[in-house]
Design a protein around this ligand. Structure first.
Ligand SMILES: [Zn+2]
Ligand SMILES: [Zn+2]
Length: 280
């Protein structure tokens, strides 16, 4: 099965996410579990959890169809003590919120070294942050997203993902998410079948495609290797529709959430249908 959807709103309550997804014909979805612009949020009440689970059930979604995303404030590779500590505690809370909601994975950007420590040191911190979070939660897989490589952001190369994952102690609860716009901006061409296959076979050889726990399907507004993270609607950007057709047809995208984070929400239902139509 392919689980195709978009990053939907939780405005009005987390239980509205499954309903918002259902409305656009999604067979999977992404969501925040709290306001992503704040460090902390009050613990989810029993009633909020009950309503979310009911909504999941009524809309026919299972945990593996959902890819929650953490707050953008969190930097698990932070060079400074205070920034690292607040990030780690906020990330543990995010993992615990997923656990409370019965969700099985949490997608996040690895972090940034802010030019104050080396890439290697920062990658080590990210791995250690994940180890701490895994010790303080259960049943939730930490899903590291590749990035466009803007500024001092980590995670723009397959090697970065590998160097984090190999330091994580529990390999049953770590994985990665590939964002097509970020990969393309970082210098991985996905415009034709040769480069597409080269990219995914490198991922498979170095880390393993069994660690792929979700994808973000975004076209790129900026040119190849721009290192700029600017999403476009699928088929309207620099990558082009062929890439999304290949994703829809690839066996390694079965049973993981495939999520649009494209800028024009009014197109989501249509974009989801387009990808569904590619599936043979
Ligand atoms: Zn993304
Ligand atoms: Zn992005």
């Amino acid at each position: 099965m392919k689980f195709i959807g978009a990053h939907v709103s939780i405005s009005g309550g987390v239980d509205l996410a499954p309903r918002n997804a259902k409305q656009i014909g999604a067979t999977g979805f992404a969501m925040f579990t709290k306001n992503q612009r704040q460090w902390h949020a009050p613990k989810l009440s029993d009633e909020q959890v009950r309503l979310f689970k009911l909504s999941m059930q009524e809309c026919g979604y299972e945990p593996k169809q959902v890819l929650p995303h953490d707050s953008y404030l969190i930097n698990l590779g932070h060079p400074e003590h205070e920034g690292l500590e607040i990030s780690r505690s906020a990330f543990i809370e995010e993992m615990q919120r997923c656990e409370a909601l019965g969700l099985d994975r949490l997608n996040f950007h690895p972090g940034a070294h802010l030019k104050k420590i080396s890439v290697e040191q920062s990658l080590e911190r990210v791995a250690e942050s994940i180890n701490i979070a895994l010790e303080n939660s259960s049943g939730v897989t930490a899903v590291i997203e590749n990035t466009a490589g803007q500024g001092s952001y980590l995670g723009h190369s397959i090697d970065h993902l590998l160097r984090i994952i190999e330091r994580v102690k529990d390999h049953s609860r770590v994985g990665y998410c590939i964002d097509t716009c970020h990969a393309f901006a970082a210098g991985y061409d996905l415009r034709n079948s040769e480069c597409f296959e080269a990219f995914f076979s490198e991922l498979d050889q170095k880390i393993g495609l069994q660690f792929l726990k979700g994808m973000h399907l975004n076209d790129a507004m900026k040119p190849f290797e721009s290192h700029v993270d600017r999403h476009d609607s699928i088929g309207s950007g620099q990558i082009g529709m062929k890439c999304f057709e290949m994703i829809a047809k690839a066996p390694f995208t079965d049973d993981i959430p495939l999520i649009l984070e494209t800028p024009d929400e009014s197109l989501w239902a249509e974009e989801i249908q387009t990808i569904k139509d590619f599936i043979v």
